[in-house]
Design a binder for this molecule. Structure first.
Ligand SMILES: Cc1ncc(COP(=O)(O)O)c(C=O)c1O
Length: 401
């Protein structure tokens, strides 16, 4: 992979014909370091957010050794890369063959479930294993999240209570998990979720060894400035102390976006301008999926030689390269009024769910990859001081009777 001092330097040097996925490993290391030092428990990197080997190495370098994996391909990727990684198979619905391979070939013991049917599959396919760490995913509200995750997974009400009891009967260790939705803008979402999960635990009357507070930690995008991440940690820590779980219960989190969003940006070229419409060489089926389907607004920068005359900004509609008319970004983007064919635009903060979501539809989706050394366009980690790694906090013992 080539290395450049900045996205602009890359464009000036190469005039790339393909979109460029710019990787900033230092930004991923910084974000992971922040979590490892400040989160009072274990940090699992949610590989799906960005499985690029450079990003994996960057979070590993910061001390992350636990990984949330969702498929055999992700399991192979991590197991082959890091000898000392602990893998948690957190997809609530797994192929039987994937359960067998995870347990027998890769030694995975941590499995998520959100239904008694999936629990039965795990018991059967692991031959009634006695060393399982089963994590029951409970459905919680996604009200404060930009990207909702409440529609598909998570056991609710009585179903969750029964599942916890059934899982307790076969688990070596039993955990609860939830996901408040991605890019969650309010720290209290975790307290609300943890209170709801506590009610389920009390009703089930089971002992709990692990509390996994999921992902959802936000970064900054234009129009989406979250409160300081410290507030999220404080809210989680306080809520954990009130949970009816074992005194020595483990606390986990599974950030994806927060560890890698700042580690990527994406350079695209304008192939045509028609009035206020720009036709780009990447879009909804590529690394800009979230801007098209979720309305996410990325920061943008026109990559022109330093010292070029500054032009007033005006809003543009941005279209991707495929023949599909949904290949359009939801928001308009402010760019210099004289932008034209052949200009390059850099979208910042595309490290999470950017290139990871790209398809080959219409024959597009080929990227150049390059390291760049300049700072991310926005950062929630800023100049955060280095801190010693925090001691792990434990919850109170609460009488379950
Ligand atoms: C089970 C699970 N954990 C963690 C994550 C990462 O979430 P985020 O990127 O919002 O931190 C996801 C995202 O879909 C998920 O499904």
């Amino acid at each position: 992979m080539e290395r450049h001092t900045s996205a602009l330097a890359l464009v000036l040097a190469d005039q790339p014909d393909l979109p460029v996925h710019c990787v900033r490993p230092n930004a991923a290391t910084k974000a992971a370091d922040w979590f490892v030092r400040r989160f009072p428990g274990d940090v699992l990197y949610a590989v799906k957010a960005n499985p690029h080997p450079t990003v994996l190495d960057a979070v590993y370098q910061a001390g992350v050794r636990w990984f949330d994996v969702a498929s055999i391909a992700e399991i192979e990727l991590i197991a082959l890369r890091f000898d000392d990684a602990t893998l948690a198979f957190m997809h609530p619905v797994k192929a039987r063959s994937a359960i067998r391979r995870a347990y027998f070939d890769f030694g995975i013991r941590i499995f998520a479930v959100d239904s008694t049917e999936e629990l039965a599959k795990i018991i059967t396919e692991t031959g009634g294993a006695k060393d399982l760490h089963l994590i029951v995913r409970v459905a919680v509200s996604s009200d404060y999240a930009q990207h909702k995750l409440s529609g598909k997974f998570g056991a609710t009400g009585t179903e969750a209570v029964l599942l916890l009891r059934e899982a307790r009967a076969v688990a070596d260790e039993l955990g609860v998990s939830f996901h408040v939705g991605s890019q969650c803008m309010r720290p209290e979402a975790w307290r609300i979720a943890m209170d709801a999960v506590s009610d389920v635990i009390r009703e089930a009357g089971v002992t709990i060894d692990i509390v996994d507070v999921g992902g959802g930690f936000p970064v900054a995008y234009p129009g989406l400035t979250p409160p300081p991440l410290e507030d999220y940690i404080a809210e989680i820590e306080n809520a954990f102390e009130q949970m009816p779980v074992l005194e020595n219960a483990d606390l986990w989190c599974e950030p994806g976006r927060a560890l890698c969003a700042e580690a990527g940006s994406h350079i695209v070229r304008v192939e045509l301008r028609k009035g206020d419409a720009l036709y780009l060489n990447d879009g909804a089926y590529g690394a800009l999926f979230d801007a098209a389907h979720d309305g996410l607004v990325y920061p943008v920068k026109l990559l022109r030689e330093t010292g070029s005359p500054r032009r007033p900004l005006r809003p543009f509609r941005l279209y991707g390269p495929t023949c599909d008319s949904i290949d359009v970004l939801q928001s308009t983007f402010m760019l210099p009024a004289d932008i034209s064919e052949g200009d390059y635009i850099e979208f910042g903060m595309t490290g999470a769910y950017g290139a990871a979501l790209a398809t080959k539809f219409n024959g597009f989706g080929e990227y150049i990859e390059a390291y760049v050394d300049d700072a991310p366009m926005m950062s929630v980690f800023g100049n955060a001081p280095k801190m010693p790694v925090r001691p792990r906090r434990t919850a109170q013992i609460i009488n379950l009777a």
